[in-house]
Design a protein around this ligand. Structure first.
Ligand SMILES: Nc1ncnc2c1ncn2[C@@H]1O[C@H](COP(=O)(O)OP(=O)(O)OP(=O)(O)O)[C@@H](O)[C@H]1O
Ligand SMILES: [Mg+2]
Length: 388
């Protein structure tokens, strides 16, 4: 795909996600652990608490969300050709990639780049409006497709679903590594199908093993969000599209357990909130350390640069510090590693890279004009360059 087409797609995705406060990507190292069920239940529970919530089903191989919510039929389109999500309740709406697939029952075989394009196009075409939460049911595993989702939605945070047995736990570790690689904050682990309650004696039996999810959480330092038992009524409710009705019964142990998980999710979302970095505040501060990525001595887009010019501004005085040469292209991690840098002036930057820098309290000025680095610093101090 041509560069400007990619850019256009990125802009569409940004526009679509702009009015959504929190994005949660539900993920698992392998299939069948209850990822879609957890995603749908979390979205339902959040919406029942009064949060405007959307559920986005981007599992191109098994889009199950519509079936679990009992929705079908075509989606409406705005005059601007955007998809209008299905309204489930006043606070809950849903969109599934299933609507883009010609035949629901046919397995999808797409080659990698095509899949990324399809996912990007799909995410960029939904008119969500204002949402407090968007819960994303992504394809299982840690391959190209979840990677596409993680790259396209830079500020998504990960909820990892697992089962208690050893084999699943190895998959959780893969998920955690994936989160680190794509710089996605893992907000916690849910252990699903932890045990089953005997309907006769009320005792809990462990189907797989006990405590695996919690132990992995402890070992990895990722918070444990809670455990859910296997509830046979959930299988029926999900199959028959009645999860919403099932979740409305507050007396059901499954729903009570899920409520505790939702509490924890909300808590973690707040804890991991990334406050916007104010460029004006940086400009006014007494001390600024600025990194300018360069290619052929000119300011360059982040991933195209091979050198970083470093400046320090103290009480308005500009000091050139260093020029750091790099093997390969400059990434956000290279900037993060430079001690005390709190501003980057760059030609162009992807949303994900900007998010990662902001998460580390580093401000970003992009679309910098073609001026010598020192002149760029002067322009910034004079208030002629702004954040994007
Ligand atoms: N806690 C639970 N109690 C009972 N049944 C459950 C529970 N969690 C999930 N299930 C059932 O297990 C099956 C698999 O769940 P689900 O489809 O959510 O898994 P998944 O990880 O999304 O699978 P896939 O990888 O195919 O997308 C479904 O029939 C679902 O209803
Ligand atoms: Mg699924």
């Amino acid at each position: 795909m041509k560069n400007d087409q990619v850019k256009e797609q990125e802009i569409m995705v940004r526009e679509s996600l702009k009015r959504i406060k929190n994005k949660i990507m539900v993920m698992s190292g392998k299939g069948g652990v209850g990822k879609s069920t957890m995603a749908v239940c979390l979205a339902i529970d959040l919406s029942r608490r009064g949060y405007k919530t959307g559920i986005l089903d981007v599992d191109i191989h098994g889009p199950n969300v519509p079936r679990m919510l009992g929705i079908s039929g075509h989606l409406n389109i705005t005059p601007g050709q955007l998809i209008i999500p299905k309204t489930i309740t006043r606070n809950l709406s849903a969109v599934s990639i299933e609507y883009l697939l010609a035949n629901k029952d046919q397995a999808v075989i797409w080659r990698g780049p095509l899949k990324h394009t399809a996912i990007a196009q799909f995410i960029g075409q939904v008119a969500w409006g204002d949402l407090d939460y968007l819960v994303i049911d992504s394809p299982p595993g840690t391959g190209d497709e979840p990677l596409s989702v993680a790259q396209l939605i830079p500020d998504a945070k990960g909820v990892i679903v697992t089962q208690p047995q050893e084999i699943s736990l190895a998959d959780v570790r893969k998920c955690i590594t994936f989160c680190h690689q794509v710089e996605m904050e893992p907000i916690g682990i849910i252990e699903n199908m932890s045990g089953i309650i005997c309907p006769h004696c009320g005792r809990k039996f462990y189907i797989f093993k006990s405590g695996g999810g919690e132990n992995t959480a402890l070992a990895t330092g990722i918070p444990f969000l809670g455990a859910l038992n296997f509830d046979p009524a959930v299988v029926d409710a999900a199959d028959e599209g009645r999860l919403l009705i099932y979740m409305s019964d507050g007396k059901m142990p499954y729903n009570q357990d899920f409520g505790k998980i939702t509490d924890k999710v909300i808590e973690r979302i707040e804890e991991t909130r990334v406050e916007p970095v104010s460029i004006d505040e940086i400009r006014k501060s007494k001390w600024i350390k600025i990194a300018i990525p360069l290619s052929k001595e000119k300011v360059a887009p982040l991933f195209k640069a091979d050198r970083i010019a470093l400046f320090q501004v103290k009480d308005g005085d500009i000091n050139y510090l260093d020029s750091i040469k790099q093997e390969g292209h400059i990434s956000p991690s290279d900037i993060k590693r430079l001690p005390q840098v709190n501003l980057v002036i760059v030609k162009d930057i992807k949303d994900k890279a900007k998010y990662v820098l902001n998460r580390n309290r580093i401000g970003v000025v992009s679309n910098a004009p073609d001026l010598p680095p020192e002149k760029l610093v002067k322009e910034f101090l004079a208030g002629h360059l702004h954040g994007s």
